[in-house]
Design a binder for this molecule. Structure first.
Ligand code: BTN
Length: 327
């Protein structure tokens, strides 16, 4: 069963008004394939977990539209030119970063999204594990191919963080996500999102960036491993309702496309104010643990290069390039 046939049928079912049915014949004409191919596509969709009702003389409809983050669900909300126009969707992968890295070698275009319902070896910064519960979160990697020198790659973590915060705020105005420099998004002090930017580069040019975004969306407390329960949260726990993951993916793609284009054209200066507005770090007293030392002070700003500025007790301002910070 070709992925596109199945997706065409799914798109047609998703587009139906509530309570309406579509006949096998109508589907065959709309998708330009035979009735037998339609029947096979329906069977495959059922095997994938879609609940399809089939009524004699009426046809088919989705009994319940499952909360999947597949191409058909995301496409219903997508408003971009590049990001998300190609989507590789999996029920389970080791890590979307690994799949994305293979796809780069196969010339995957700029804006390709790799997304999975579950990851068995999701990874975070500093080789930490990333808990990726099945069907509960957004586990995705966006492949970008900006024409930039390698030293500008880390800024994409900042760009992605602003994109994710503003996408969340635009869809769910009651929640208050904040960036914890450089790559976390917290709500009420607990982590909901982590961002991991990896790079494939030649000596002087970026070949591709793999912007990995992990968002806890629909977990409840008991879905998190015990050691994370006091420090992690989900959008559902904060918003008080189950959220549409596909709609959020599409909104993130929209913000990411806008902000990454601004970054490539004008540099970080255009996004600096947006970043500072979305940040929960600026103005706070923090402890920064770098590879060499532990520094305490007030986070006073971020440079055009994305370096955090820390004012120490003696008044000196130090640039922090990479660190674990505690607020
Ligand atoms: C962190 O907070 O340390 C970053 C976590 C990044 C997790 C995402 S989930 C999608 C992508 N695939 C991975 O294996 N990691 C990133």
């Amino acid at each position: 069963m070709s992925g596109t046939t199945k997706e065409k049928v799914l798109q047609a079912l998703l587009a139906l008004p509530q309570e309406a049915y579509v006949s096998g014949e109508q589907l065959a004409t709309a998708c330009g394939i035979s009735r037998t191919a339609i029947w096979k596509a329906i069977q495959t969709l059922e095997q994938d977990g879609y609940d399809i009702e089939s009524v004699r003389k009426k046809g088919y409809r989705l009994a319940s539209s499952k909360d999947f983050v597949d191409r058909a669900h995301i496409a219903q909300h997508l408003q971009t030119k590049h990001i998300g126009q190609v989507i590789h969707y999996y029920k389970e992968v080791t890590s979307t970063q690994i799949i994305a890295s293979d796809l780069v070698q196969q010339n995957a275009p700029h804006g390709t999204v790799v997304i999975a319902e579950a990851q068995t070896a999701g990874r975070g910064r500093m080789a930490r594990e990333w808990d990726s519960a099945a069907g509960k979160g957004i586990w995705m990697t966006i492949i970008l191919r900006p024409d930039l020198p390698p030293h500008q790659a880390p800024q994409f973590t900042l760009v992605a963080a602003v994109a994710v915060v503003n996408a969340m705020k635009s869809l769910y105005p009651t929640i208050t996500p904040e960036i914890k420099w450089p790559n976390d998004i917290l709500i009420n002090g607990k982590k909901t999102t982590g961002i991991l930017t990896e790079m494939i580069a030649e000596a002087d040019r970026v070949q591709a960036l793999l912007v990995g975004i992990g968002i806890n969306v629909n977990q409840q407390k008991e879905h998190f491993p015990e050691e994370l329960q006091s420090i992690a949260t989900s959008l559902r726990m904060e918003a008080g309702e189950v959220l549409d993951r596909a709609a959020l993916v599409a909104e993130i793609c929209r913000y990411m496309e806008n902000y990454s284009e601004q970054y490539v054209t004008y540099g970080f200066s255009r996004l600096k104010t947006l970043w500072e507005e979305a940040s929960g770090t600026i103005g706070k007293n923090i402890r920064a643990t770098t590879l060499r030392e532990v520094l305490e002070g007030t986070a006073v700003g971020i440079t055009e290069d994305g370096v955090l500025q820390l004012r120490l007790a003696n008044g000196d301002v130090r640039g922090i390039y990479s660190a674990d910070i505690e607020l």
